[in-house]
Ligand binder design. Structure first.
Ligand code: DX5
Ligand code: ZN
Length: 221
């Protein structure tokens, strides 16, 4: 299934509830929540208290993208705050297998994210254990960047690998995704699009509908 995951990082934080409702009503399925520790990535965003508060505003799936060193330390508290999908960076986990098992044991879906320069091959051993792979299409840490073209080939390679193994893997792309370039990523094999600035800059409901039109077209093909 094709899904839009608006990234809250791109929103106007003085109007959280209104903007969350706008994207939900327009058809977004996931709410992408970027947690940054100022160490794995240069910036700091938000954490458990914000996530727990907005849990009351929406039924969208909470897709938490942990840009945090050793994110397994926070798996339990993120679950308690309302996370349903916890995505950790391969580069941030010394014991990735243990962290993925820990996420599953808590009853969440487990995702693994790869920075642009990290090859898909690092996931060969663990691919069958994960629910989702997030291919970073920009260097993580900030919204509003242009996507890096070579990441598209990673999406293709990952979809090929998943198909060869008979896996129904969710492939998420994150960074620089717009309604205009979304088709390129869907054609490459991604099925979950994360979008921050291209959803929340301007009218979030209207922008979500633009994405949904593209997503539905590829669902039907
Ligand atoms: C960046 C974050 C993204 C970010 C995307 O490190 O992981 O989720 O919000 O923002 P845009 O869509 O503006 O590139
Ligand atoms: Zn993200």
């Amino acid at each position: 299934m094709n899904i839009l995951a608006p990234s809250l990082l791109g929103c106007d934080f003085s109007n959280l509830e209104r903007q969350i409702k706008a994207v939900e009503e327009a058809g977004a399925g996931y709410l992408h929540l970027d947690v940054m520790d100022g160490l794995f990535v240069p910036s700091i965003s938000f954490g458990m208290p914000v996530i727990a508060s907005i849990r009351k505003c929406t039924d969208m799936v909470f897709d938490v993208h942990m840009m945090v060193k050793e994110p397994g330390r926070y798996a339990q508290v993120m679950k308690e705050a309302g996370a349903e999908l916890l995505c950790v960076h391969q580069e941030a986990c010394l014991h990735l297998d243990r962290t993925v098992s820990q996420i599953h044991a808590l009853g969440m879906k487990a995702g693994v994210a790869l920075n642009p320069a990290t090859p898909v091959s690092v996931l060969e051993c663990i691919l069958d254990q994960v629910d989702q792979v997030l291919v970073m299409t920009v260097n993580p840490g900030f919204g509003g960047q242009e996507y890096i073209p070579y990441t598209l080939e990673k999406v293709r390679a990952l979809r090929r690998l998943a198909t060869e193994r008979g896996l129904h893997l969710d492939i998420q792309v994150d960074g620089g995704i717009t309604p205009e370039n979304a088709a390129v990523f869907l054609e490459a094999g991604a099925n979950i699009l994360v979008a921050g600035s291209s959803v929340f800059r301007g009218d979030p409901g209207e922008n979500t509908r633009k994405f949904m039109d593209v997503l539905r077209k590829y669902e039907a093909d």
